[in-house]
Structures are given as C-alpha cells and as structure tokens.
Design a protein around this ligand. Structure first.
Ligand code: FMN
Length: 278
C-alpha cells in the first residue's frame, strides 16, 4: 500500500494533506486480444468528409484570418449509439468507468510489448487540435530504466512504480508543430504555432493531457489497469530520459494487472454542483 498523502506531492512541493480514495474495485478482467491494427486505409477519413475549418478555428485568438479556406462539408452523421439510460455494468462502461479503479497494488502478471503497440494504435485515434498530436510516450520497462527513474519519484510513489510491469512517461514535444505539414496538410498549420511559444506550449499541454486521458481509457478497455501519477520531479525526469529529444514530461502512467481494490471509491461531485446548462 502506498502513502498517498506523500505520493501525490510533487517533488519539492510543500506538504499538503491529500485525502486519498480508497476502495474497492473489482478485479481486472481480461479482454480478448485486439486483432491486428486496422490498415491505415480503413481508419483515415476520405478527404471529402474531412472538415477543413481549422485555418481559422485552431489558431490563436488574435491570429489573422486565413484566406482561401476550403468550404465546410457536412458529415452525414451516423445515429449516436444508444447508451442511455446507461448501465454502468455493461461490459464496456464497467471496464472503462464503473468497475475501473486506480490500483493500490500490482499482480506479477507482465504486460508484453505487443500490447504497447495495440494501446498506441487506439490512443493515436483520439482527437487533438489540428491533429497536432503533441504527446510522446516512453515505456519504462527494464529494471535498469526503472532504477534510473527511482530518484525522480516522490517517496510514496517509488514502490508502486518499481513494482509495476511498465511505467509510461506521457510527455510532449514542444516542437510538435514541425509534424503539422504531414499531420494537417490542409493548411499551413505549422505557422500558427512555430512563432508563438505561449500558444504552442498551451496547445502541447492541453492536447498531451487529453492524449494521456485517452491512454487511460484505452488501456482499461484493453483489460489493463492504470495508475497515473504526477508525484515526481518533472525536470529530473526530463533530464534523465527526454533531454536528447527535447521532449518534456507531463505525467506518468503505470500499466499492469492490479490486485482488487478493496476500499470504497471516493465521492464525485454531483451534476447539480458543478454543471451548468444554459
Ligand atoms: C494526473 C493524475 C495524477 C495522479 N497522481 C498520483 C500520484 O502521484 N500518486 C498516487 O498514488 N496516485 C495518483 N493519482 C491517482 C488518483 O489519486 C486516483 O486516480 C483518484 O483518486 C481516483 O481513484 P479511483 O480510480 O479509485 O476512483 C493520480 C491520478 C491522476 C489522474
């Protein structure tokens, strides 16, 4: 078990009391393996259905409007899947949300490298602004690499990370925009970011955090348990693992197969408290 009060604290941050969640989840269930990834041709939208609104929509608010925009085409929307009234015990919702818990301890079951690839094949499909895809991932699996990570961790996070089958650094590439000519060829999207450090940094953080969230849900849907962590020294992790490429760490996610969580889940805020319909 981990002392969460300690483990959530960012290294170097003042000590604060953190009330940790607890209980109990159901054991991870195994999903059948995914088939081989779809051929690229099956997952890329045909050009005529791609919305090309981004020349204006994705730039900084003060950017000059782009000229020569392609007309917006309407997708013929498929009817949304019927999920309401939802059943949190339906297999997919249970796996992703209802029964899914943040682990407290790992089993010995390993995660093989092929699973990392299946995971990425799902994560990469999650949307990012202008398809900028700034997240980068380092899968820390070997004992030697784990030992290198150890000194960057908040004390309470050492044991859960050292015992995890794999820990992913969810990072971002501050120069993500250099890929935009390939990732968003409809417009000169690189120019929206390349000369605007604040805007590109904000975009990299926002979208890599989203991609980290996609990773959590995709991992759960593949039958894995995941334990995200921000209790570590980002600068140290960057120096130890990322500097050569110029990437920066956002947060860590350990993946594996967890022991059942026995403590009850902490409460969540009610719709009426925090949502507004206007
Ligand atoms: C971005 C992020 C950072 C987190 N950092 C830590 C951490 O440093 N140490 C830790 O033990 N748990 C960490 N957690 C786990 C959360 O405390 C846990 O997911 C949350 O309390 C929900 O628990 P539940 O899934 O059991 O409902 C983190 C979770 C997220 C999403």
């Amino acid at each position: 078990m981990t002392d969460i009060t300690e483990s959530h604290r960012v290294v170097g941050a003042p000590e604060v009391a953190v009330v940790e969640a607890a209980p109990a989840g159901e054991p991870s269930q195994e999903l059948p393996r995914l088939p081989d990834p779809l051929p690229e041709a099956e997952i890329v939208q045909p050009a005529e259905t791609v919305h090309d609104t981004l020349s204006e929509g994705h730039g900084p608010a003060d950017a000059a409007p782009a000229s020569g925009e392609a007309p917006v085409t309407e997708d013929v929307a498929a009817p949304p899947p019927k999920v309401f009234p939802y059943d949190l015990e339906s297999p997919e919702l249970a796996r992703a949300f209802g029964a899914a818990r943040t682990p407290r301890a790992w089993t010995d079951r390993p995660v093989d490298e092929e699973t990392f690839r299946h995971l990425y094949d799902l994560v990469k499909l999650g949307p990012t602004s202008a398809n900028c895809s700034p997240a980068r991932y380092v899968f820390i699996q070997s004992r030697e690499s784990k030992d290198r990570l150890r000194p960057a961790l908040t004390p309470g996070n050492v044991a859960p990370i050292m015992s995890a089958p794999v820990t992913v650094i969810v990072a971002y590439d501050p120069s993500f925009y250099d890929y935009l000519p390939r990732l968003y060829p409809q417009a000169d999207a690189r120019s929206w970011f390349a000369w605007n450090d604040d805007f590109s940094q904000e975009t990299a953080i926002r979208n890599s955090s989203l991609q980290g969230g996609y990773l959590l849900i995709a991992a759960r849907l593949l039958g894995l348990d995941c334990w995200p962590m921000s209790g570590f020294d980002n600068a140290r992790v960057d120096q130890l693992f990322l500097d050569g490429r110029g990437w920066r760490s956002n947060f860590l996610v350990s993946l594996g197969y967890a022991e059942p969580v026995e403590t009850p889940r902490n409460p969540r805020l009610a719709f009426e408290e925090i949502c507004e319909v206007i």
